[in-house]
Design a protein around this ligand. Sequence first.
Ligand code: FMN
Length: 243
Amino acid sequence: MWVLKDKLNLKRGVIYETIISTYSPDDTPNSAPIGIKYLGEGRVQARIYKGSQTLNNILSRRCAVANLTSDPILFYLTALKRGKHPPVEYSKSENVDAPRIREVDGHIELELVDSRQGSEYATLNFKVKAIYLAPGISRIYCRAPHALVEATIHATRIKMLLAKNRFREAERLIRLVNHYKDVIERVSPKTEYANAIREIEKKIGEWRKGRGLGQDPCKTTCMSNRYERGSWQSRRKSRSSHR
Ligand SMILES: Cc1cc2nc3c(=O)[nH]c(=O)nc-3n(C[C@H](O)[C@H](O)[C@H](O)COP(=O)(O)O)c2cc1C
């Protein structure tokens, strides 16, 4: 049972992860995870790599369905094509010539407005034709909140590791936090998640400074090697005392 919605609570500029379903030239359904960026006023944008079946299908039928789900297995199966056709069931859409996946939380029916070819991918702009949601569903999957939780977990460990002079372990986690920051800033700019990850970055900078380490992770690594051998200061002392 689907509820037809006139709008979704989407944030402009945020990329939501969906599974795009389309028909191939021989009418078989195809689906693949694709991020859609909300542009405002009922428009969304997708960047799709050249050579993908999804891109070819959209350019030929000028429409698609963005299936809404937070099931990681469905993302995995449709991305990596386990078996010839991923084990998903389809039904017909109401307003566009594209199939929709049955076992998901909702569908956004999309009509292609225009497309721009880049060297590696095409940028496609769509008009939202209709939105159907299962009752009780209000959120669309976005990587940012999950990235923020991961970064926060690492941040608590980083604080502890720096306090114990375990710099190399701390730096490995700091690199992961930086990766999550990149993800958040790309998929969810100007949001509470972007503010929070900047705060985490600032905190880590303060903790490092508190341990006498600079901002540059490379320099920190060299320093941490010396520290963690446990003998940098003491060897310097003992060398000078031998002179
Ligand atoms: C969560 C997720 C998001 C993805 N987003 C995109 C995307 O925005 N653009 C793209 O070209 N590929 C994206 N991919 C990769 C495609 O889904 C993948 O290359 C797929 O195999 C393409 O299948 P197709 O040839 O049937 O279109 C994404 C994969 C995952 C798991």
